[in-house]
Ligand binder design. Structure first.
Ligand code: GTP
Ligand code: MG
Length: 364
């Protein structure tokens, strides 16, 4: 064999060797890949089987595995965020104490706005404005009042006697839970009714200047019995439990309401009911219920606006006009609407004058 032929043979063998080596590494790589794929697949199945044995985790884990496996093709799909869409009109998603649905809120707002707009549209007459001006003046000292009473003796005679009597005499109080145990009516009675927290007990204190004798609280529902306060042997003032919202059980509140209704419609000796209305909030459906009852039993009642110190005088006038307009067709209502503040003392003198006319010590 010639030397050149031997060289050629050597070259071919080295190329073949190179080729064989490359081929082997490629084969090795594909085998390795296949094996590793098989292992991961096996471990996934094994893990899933293991996970499915635990019932609690079953659902969550199956979801995880479903997500980790590409849905179609080789390209794994992008992870999508799990967004829960709540239908705003589906009430089954709402808790009972949640705010009402947006549609209802807007309707409520519209009603409230229109009521507010109606109230603001009331134009008080000059007569009612001057009456309010007289009644929202703050009267602080008793002697100031006393001097005024002397000065305007004819108009303030009742107030003078009333305050003198309240000032001098002690109040005798009795509390009653049941109508069967009410005291026998020997004196003319004036009752103070209204929603809880409207200021009934505070007004009784202000009228009689016996601060602290009648207990008051900023928590609605303090007065829970019918309380009779005898002024010497001339007059009896009656503090009634409130109705409407109060910190008490529903059945207890119903019992108070029944007691008040029974007292107002059947009590002999009851000459006047002062129905107290918060100036800021006006009359509510339960007030109208009591008014209807008093109308049926022909019981004279006087509307008294309370807490006038927390609203503007023009709004006091508006409220008074609104109520007088609403109660125009009623026959047992006593006009005009009175307005008081137990805090500032405004209007207390006028109310005393009006109520004193009902007592025994002022001859008609
Ligand atoms: N700003 C102001 N607050 C008042 C006035 N009158 C009463 N209040 C307050 O209103 C709250 C309720 O007063 P009460 O006299 O206890 O009311 P009530 O009607 O007897 O309430 P119940 O006994 O729960 O029915 C208290 O915190 C009083 O201080 C007032 O003229 N002006
Ligand atoms: Mg009270």
């Amino acid at each position: 064999m010639s030397r050149s032929k031997v060289k050629q043979k050597d070259g071919l063998s080295t190329e073949r060797q190179k080729y064989n080596g490359k081929h082997k590494t490629l084969e090795k790589q594909t085998k390795f890949k296949q094996r590793s794929d098989r292992i991961t697949q096996h471990s996934t199945i094994h893990d899933r089987e293991k996970a499915l044995e635990k019932p609690g985790k079953r659902e969550a884990i199956s979801r995880k595995y479903i997500k980790s496996e590409p849905a179609t093709g080789d390209v794994p799909s992008k992870r999508k965020k799990n967004i829960i869409r709540i239908d705003p009109h589906d009430t089954s998603n709402k808790r009972m104490d949640d705010s009402p649905l947006s549609k209802d809120v807007s309707v409520d707002k519209e009603v409230k706005l229109s009521q507010n707009a109606l109230f603001r549209a009331i134009k008080p007459t000059p007569a009612i404005l001057s009456f309010v001006e007289d009644n929202v003046q703050v009267v602080t000292a008793f002697f100031y009042e006393f001097a005024l009473a002397k000065h305007k003796l004819s108009s303030n005679l009742g107030s003078y006697f009333f305050s003198f009597l309240c000032y001098k005499s002690l109040l005798f109080s009795h509390r009653f839970h049941r109508s069967s145990s009410f005291p026998t009516p020997t004196l003319p009675e004036i009752a103070f009714a209204g929603r809880s927290n409207v200021g009934k007990s505070s007004l009784l204190n202000a009228l009689t200047r016996q601060w602290g004798v009648v207990r008051t609280s900023d928590k609605p529902g303090l007065t829970q019995t019918i309380n009779f306060f005898r002024l010497a042997s001339k007059l009896c003032l009656v503090d009634l439990p409130g109705y409407g919202f109060a910190f008490a059980k529903d059945e207890v509140k119903d019992a108070w309401e029944e007691l008040v209704k029974e007292y107002v419609s059947t009590r002999e000796g009851l000459t006047r009911v002062c129905l107290l209305v918060d100036t800021k909030w006006g009359m509510k459906p339960r007030d109208h219920e009591l008014i209807d009852l008093m109308e049926r039993s022909k019981m004279p009642y006087q509307i008294v606006l309370t807490k006038t110190d927390v609203v503007f005088p023009v709004d006091v006038a508006r409220r008074a006009m609104q109520i007088e307009e609403n109660l125009k067709p009623k026959s047992s209502v006593v006009n005009p609407v009175m307005m008081v503040s137990s805090k500032s003392g405004a209007g207390i003198r006028s109310l005393r004058t009006a109520l004193a006319k009902l007592s025994r010590f002022v001859k008609p």
